[in-house]
Design a binder for this molecule. Sequence first.
Ligand code: C2O
Ligand code: CU
Ligand code: CU
Length: 455
Amino acid sequence: MSFTRRQILGGLVGLGVVGLGAGGVRYWLGKPMFADTHDYELIAAPVDLELVAGHSTPAWGYNGQAPGMELRVRQGDWLRVRFVNQLEQDTTVHWHGIRLPLEMDGVPYLSQLPVKKGEYFDYRFLVKDAGSYWYHPHTSSSEQLGRGLVGPLIVEEREPSGFQHDHTLVLKTWHIDEEGAFTAFSVPREAAREGTRGRLTTINGKPTPTLELPSGQVVRLRLLNLDNTVTYRLNMPEADVRIYALDGHPVEPRPLGEEYWLGPGMRIDLALKVPEAGVELPLRNGPLRLATFKGLASEQPAGEWPAALPANPVPEPDLEKAETIGFNFEWSATLAKPNDKGPAKYWQINGQAWDISDKTCTDRPIATLKKDGHYIFELRNMAQYQHPIHLHGMAFKVISSNRRKIIPYFTDTFLLGKNETARVALVADNPGTWMFHCHVIDHMETGLMAAIAVV
Ligand code: C2O
Ligand code: CU
Ligand code: CU
């Protein structure tokens, strides 16, 4: 693939941020600031954060925030983002979960050349699916995501969804010490196991925040796991809370139940009936408190549970005529140790370990699908660590597992449990070469990635 010349930014770039009203449902109101060229200007740059009281953390953020600024667009509209790189290193923006053309997918050397310091790149694509998505670089991922380059992309339903209150909660566990200094984003011993974990868990950059919500109302809570490594075991004991969407895609509303495992890259949209004024409800990760929701006296009449959200226009795979392809995810002690040619390789898919330092890997797809063909992927985890398996460019339907009961649903990321075999199905309707990888970032960087071609 050849690329057009990179765009170099001339003149000054102000920190132009599109203002969105606070609280309530914020329907996308048009193109307020850059109407003739783009809807958002998104600037990646260093930003100091106070994650630990009294200490500063040298993070990297989008538009002066880490996690980055929330972008909003309405389903069926175009999203046009002028991305500006003010970091000292190359980067790109990938739109996780969005079904878009390859040129907009943000994979370096496959979709585009990396955006260098001082350059900009215009991303523009039509947004087909409503739901909770996110954006992040696809370059030096351990460090770039680890330092805070992750942000929510919220696609509002074409018609009002029935929710009057809508909150985005970004989960991230920072790799920092007690003084706020960064620790290693990836260490070999951990990369070869469950992935390198951070230490300080935050929601929207705050450890264990309290959120006041109008009592009696049904509020939409969009929980996004934008962490490099951690699977959060979400539970809300005693809360009246229902699942409305998984990884952007609507499901038939059902109770949250005992615990939902939200792996890296995954999202869940919940509806919560807010308790009486003064009553507090914890949101927990296993036994640990992540946040507190507190009822606040409200004049509004009690809210109703909204109807199920409308399904996204994802093509339905035909299981009868689908061709099955197996993917084995394996750990290997015999693969390369780290050396001057690149990082270690501990993981492989169908016997092949991805080399993160080799730009030509995408020329050798692990599978080639026929455009508009129907496929079942049999995902087999041969290891005792779980992998959130993610595909770019297309959504897939989870149909079965040998370890748990599955209510079929569309997603872009499936948390493949230890020693689990699961079947997912899709229609290969998006031509291009698409990354297929584990979203535990140091697994991805030590082999657990592949390319799938659709021709
Ligand atoms: Cu969040 Cu390659 O993606
Ligand atoms: Cu992605
Ligand atoms: Cu993994």
